[in-house]
Design a protein around this ligand. Structure first.
Ligand code: MIC
Ligand code: SF4
Length: 639
């Protein structure tokens, strides 16, 4: 039987386990990437392993998230990252060089390699045929130490593309269609593999838009084959030597099939407050728009900006709209500066933003009260933009640009612009001067805001306490640990912990700390798909710091489940979903014989207040069970 592309790469990298769907396996990681917001903790954790240098093939540290620098904290973080990278053998991509995923795709990602990144959008590199997954910082720190990465051998879903996109319909509309079909939950331990004739019509950056936002479905990664378009892209990047052809065998067997006729697609939008809440742009036409932002790791490539500029050319942004454009990388910035695209954007009234995550993570450009913001990014979670009452719609650069001119939600197919002549360049401007190669000579500098990674205590004999909070379905890591204005505390856990669940229940940290200080173990009660979204391990570390020992949920997303285990928090699942509604916030709870239960994975949660026993399951590998017993992975590896 033929192999899928996914299993070809996995079998090349298999270190332990049997490569069979559903089995726990570990794989060798070739490349790692970190970004500054998760990176400081990842390098602090790496330092605590006591190794003199990284052991994997390539490690890159990007600075792209915290570049606003209000106060000294971000600048200190950058200096720590620069010095620790030099000291430990990591390439440092300076602030200004661009967004990690876009830059990695341009300069480092390779077909057939494995890549682990401390950011959930690491699968962007799947657009070039790399098996690229997001993980918590500690998992990436361990991969840098040469420790294999554990995953569940995934089910592989074939997404077969036919036809070709019509003008003004774009790669973003493809992934929005995928999101409409698969939704944002229920796709754990799954890989999307794109096949079919339609694949050939998409360039590598277009493919990367699609694999980038596959993260919103919760899949482990998404993959495109490596073909002639991949070769052309790598050659245009001066990296022709990195090309290898790679695709699934003709007779590969998949677990599911979803077919898309690209020719029939139309512009789509993800509506508030979920990337899975999909409508056609034609259904939203006429709605007044206040803000349009083009950029982020999803849609900030050279071609994205060229197409947006072609639509804007000769027009001016509507008086009611603020238009911002953030090129995804310095390479893109140089390209648009050289060919006049930048001038077109400026003349159209665009505010040119730094080549960084910026608006996407709510760092700046928070929209006005109750306003409508159209963005080309990948997440429109509640309050992520910094304005809880705003309504965010995720759209293609074409829809964004055209709506910026009209001032209302508009179908870009009505634009009179000629975009037919816009094609991929044969050569990109290559300038690697913002990467700093390690010299192994600098002393590591830590500013006053940078603490040590906190450790948990081993699993106690009795886990007793209260349901400190009860939340509903689809709680994202943005709900748990806000970014935006709070990002600068990423290296300072006690301070950052003051903002856990800020947009849901601002009293949570005080309440949790009060129970913790009485010696109790805290419980979080949650609905389905708890912890979806980002890879930020702070969503486990900060609750841990506040005394949380167990999350009892209807379901938990993959990266967050791993982060909880890494920090000694039990990720427990209701055996019967209805039991979720039997527990109330404030109930007194106890896990019966937790150490014994850990062995079997079958727990009994006693609700002392209601006098009921609730069966819970722990779905964890043997390694994860050991971590949970030890109170987290750091306790284990430092033994
Ligand atoms: C995100 O898009 O949510 C982030 C910010 O890039 C996160 C990482 C983080 O929280 O630092 C992610 O996607 O993993
Ligand atoms: Fe940055 Fe946004 Fe991409 Fe996250 S999703 S890496 S914040 S651009």
């Amino acid at each position: 039987m033929g192999q899928t592309q996914c299993y070809k790469i996995l079998s090349e990298h298999l270190v332990s386990g049997e490569l069979r769907k559903g089995e726990s396996i570990s794989i060798r990681i070739d490349q790692t990437l970190t970004q500054d917001a998760t990176g400081t903790m990842a390098y602090l954790e790496f330092e605590s392993l006591g190794l003199d240098r990284v052991r994997n093939e390539l490690a890159v540290s990007y600075v792209d998230h915290n570049t606003v620098q209000v106060g000294f904290e971000n600048a200190d973080d950058h200096e720590y990252l620069r010095t620790v990278a030099d000291n430990k053998g990591v390439i440092y991509s300076r602030a200004g060089n661009g967004i990690c995923h876009q830059v990695h795709l341009e300069r480092f990602a390779e077909p057939g390699k494995t890549l682990l990144g401390s950011d959930s959008h690491t699968p962007t590199a799947g657009g070039i045929g790399s098996f690229a997954a997001g993980a918590g910082g500690l998992d990436v720190a361990l991969a840098m130490a040469g420790v294999p990465f554990s995953i569940i051998a995934p089910r592989v879903v074939e997404i077969r593309l036919h036809g070709h996109l019509k003008p003004f319909v774009s790669a973003k509309d493809v992934i929005l269609k995928v999101l409409e079909h698969f939704g944002v939950k229920g796709n754990v331990n799954t890989v999307f593999e794109y096949t079919g004739e339609g694949v050939k019509t998409l360039s590598v950056p277009e493919r990367a838009t699609i694999t980038n936002m596959g993260a919103e479905c919760g899949v482990t990664t998404s993959l495109f084959p490596s073909d002639e378009n991949t070769r052309a892209f790598l050659e245009a990047q001066g990296r022709g030597k990195d090309y290898i052809p790679l695709s699934a065998d003709q007779d590969a067997q998949y677990d599911d099939l979803f077919e898309i006729d690209l020719s029939e697609l139309e512009p789509m939008a993800a509506c508030p407050h979920s990337p899975g809440n999909i409508k056609k742009v034609s259904e939203l036409e006429g709605m007044a728009v206040n803000q349009v932002l083009i950029g982020s790791c999803t849609n900030s490539s050279y071609m994205d900006l060229k197409r947006a500029a072609a639509i804007l050319s000769g027009h001016h942004v509507a008086p009611s709209v603020s238009l911002g454009v953030a090129p995804g990388s310095r390479e893109v910035f140089l390209m648009i500066a050289e060919d006049g695209t930048l001038e077109t954007l400026i003349k159209a009234g665009a505010r040119i933003l730094e080549s960084a995550c910026g608006f996407c993570i709510g760092n700046h450009q928070s929209p006005g009260t109750d306003s409508v913001s159209l963005r080309t990014s990948n997440r429109n979670f509640y309050a992520r933009s910094g304005t809880a009452s705003a309504n965010l719609y995720l759209v293609s650069p074409e829809t964004a640009a055209y709506s910026a001119i009209t001032g209302v939600f508009s179908d870009p197919r009505k634009s009179s612009a000629d975009i037919s002549g816009i094609t991929m360049p044969e050569k990109f401007i290559i300038d690697d001067s913002m990467f700093i190669k390690p010299t192994y000579s600098l002393e590591i500098k830590r500013g006053p805001n940078i603490g040590n990674p906190p450790m948990n205590t081993p699993l106690p004999e009795a886990v007793m306490g209260h349901a400190v909070i009860k939340v509903g379905d689809k709680i994202t890591t943005d709900h748990i640990m806000p970014a935006g204005a709070r990002l600068k505390y990423r290296s300072n856990i006690p301070r950052y912990a003051e903002f856990v669940f800020e947009s849901v229940d601002p009293e949570f940290p005080k309440r949790a700390a009060m129970y913790r200080d009485k010696g109790e173990s805290g419980f979080i009660i949650a609905g389905a798909s708890y912890g979806q979204g980002s890879s930020r391990e702070h969503a486990a570390i900060c609750p841990m710091y506040l005394g949380i020992r167990a999350v009892c949920a209807v379901s938990i997303e993959r990266i967050h489940q791993a982060n909880l285990c890494n920090f000694g928090i039990l990720p427990l699942i209701f055996r019967s979903e209805e039991d979720y509604s039997r527990i109330d916030q404030g109930d007194e709870l106890e896990l019966l014989s937790p150490k014994e239960a850990l062995k079997t994975g079958e727990f009994i949660l006693r609700d002392v207040t209601k006098n009921i026993d609730i069966p819970m399951d722990l779905f964890a590998s043997e390694d994860q069970k050991k971590m949970l017993l030890a109170g987290g992975r750091l306790n284990e590896v430092r033994k």
